[in-house]
Design a protein around this ligand. Structure first.
Ligand SMILES: *Cc1c(COP(=O)(O)O)cnc(C)c1O
Length: 413
């Protein structure tokens, strides 16, 4: 162990982590049940309706509406809360493309704000400072399940008469003072894409406390229809964002397995939070006191390039060689090519001046987090204690041998 695996030494770990996604005979039976029923379409089937009820029961939501994916759910959540053309929506800089793409897709104007350095979630003071006479909503993201400061955000939304939408794509199983993420604001959007904590390959759902928002969601996902009326009446400009019965059947199984998986992940995340914090230059992602349960989409730590004497990409490449699976941080939203490329918004947005000039704004915290964070895939939490502790062993080794990092051929994106 005197050499980093990236330089030919013996890796800390050669066994794979538990494969993702998990499945068993229940998914197989569910898919066959749909096949043989010939009801593959949710409008005539039972699986999606049952999944909606089961997801609502699990989260404690009065209403859940299943959809195609976690991008359409954001669009639907915005439309169903009355957000559209010309409305300013405040979004955090540290998120996946869909968070800002959905705002643009409904013709609204994304106003980007920087994030809290400990949690990586929207900084409520910066959100308040960004409010103008045209602001209509705040779209928060619970990054890797660490719930944003929802006390502050809902309070300021109330003061200014704004809607709050929660992007819960990372937050299955996350709670804030015991309330499931997605029920703190006006609508909560979940993704069931392949990397997420429950998956049917693609899929999404919105939960809400409000009857009127739920009725609009049900209409927007199905071509602007209203339940109980003739099929060819279209009351509003909706889309076809309906989930298929295949997805519904699989997600019912994924949900049944979720609580036990989540308890295992949470125990391992707590273990890693304690153990990794002992290594100089390593800081696990923070969690606010109100976040009493965290669904760990990925497990995130920040590394200090000064302490390691090398970039985050050197550390990441070294850890990968030690047998630890990692994915990569999103780049800051303000830095996406679609905003700097003159053709990036065409043909949807012809008047670029209708949007803020993000290139002239400054988001130092997100830039630092995007450049210094390591995103371990959730599989490192899905095994045994020893599996999780291999992350600590690999990080200790890379820290101890940090003098060798400069020689590692670092993969940067
Ligand atoms: C995955 C993800 C989405 C959207 O998910 P899709 O289901 O892939 O459309 C939205 N926001 C965040 C933060 C995500 O990670």
């Amino acid at each position: 162990m005197s050499e980093l695996a990236a330089l030919g030494g013996t890796p800390i770990r050669s066994a794979p982590y538990p494969a993702w996604p998990h499945y068993d005979d229940s998914e197989r039976d569910g898919l066959l049940r749909v096949l043989e029923s010939r009801n593959w379409w949710s409008s005539q089937g039972v699986e999606v309706r049952a999944f909606e009820q089961e997801w609502a029961a699990f989260t404690g939501a009065p209403h859940a509406v299943a959809m195609t994916n976690g991008t359409h759910t954001l669009e639907a959540a915005l439309l169903a809360t009355g957000i559209g053309a010309g409305d300013e929506v405040i979004v955090p800089d540290w998120s996946f493309f869909a968070t800002i793409g959905a705002v643009l897709a409904v013709n609204a104007v994304p106003v980007i704000v920087d994030v809290d350095p400990r949690t990586g979630t929207m900084d409520p003071a910066l959100a308040e400072a960004a409010i103008t006479g045209r602001t209509r909503a705040i779209l928060v993201v619970h990054v890797c399940g660490s719930v944003a400061d929802m006390d502050a955000i809902t309070a300021l939304a109330q003061r200014h008469g704004l809607r709050v939408i929660e992007d819960c794509a990372h937050a299955h199983g996350s709670t804030w003072h015991g309330v499931h993420a997605g029920l703190l604001g006006d609508a909560g959007s979940f993704s069931f894409q392949a990397s997420k904590l429950m998956t049917a390959g693609e899929g999404g759902a919105v939960i809400t406390r409000h009857d009127d928002v739920a009725a609009l969601l049900a209409s927007y996902v199905s071509c602007g229809r209203d339940p109980g009326t003739w099929y060819y009446r279209h009351f509003r400009l909706g889309e076809n964002w309906r989930m298929t019965e295949w997805q519904g059947a699989v997600l019912r199984c994924q949900l049944a397995r979720f609580p036990q998986q989540q308890a295992n992940r949470a125990a391992h995340a707590d273990l890693l939070n304690a153990e990794l914090a002992r290594i100089p230059g390593v800081t696990p992602q923070g969690r606010l006191p109100g976040c009493d349960s965290q669904g760990n989409y990925c497990y995130v730590v920040m590394v200090d390039p000064d302490e390691f004497g090398a970039s985050r990409d050197h550390v990441r490449t070294a850890l990968l060689a030690e047998g630890i699976p990692l994915t990569t941080s999103y780049p800051p939203l303000h830095a996406l090519e679609l905003f700097s490329d003159p053709a990036g918004l065409a043909p949807r947005i012809k008047d670029r001046s209708a949007l803020p000039d993000y290139a002239r704004q400054s988001f130092p915290v997100t830039e630092r987090l995007a450049a210094t964070s390591l995103w371990f895939t959730t599989s490192v939490l899905n095994g045994t204690d020893e599996d999780a502790l291999d992350v600590v062993r690999a990080m200790e080794k890379v820290h101890r041998l940090r003098g060798q990092l400069a020689e590692v051929d670092a993969v940067a994106y």
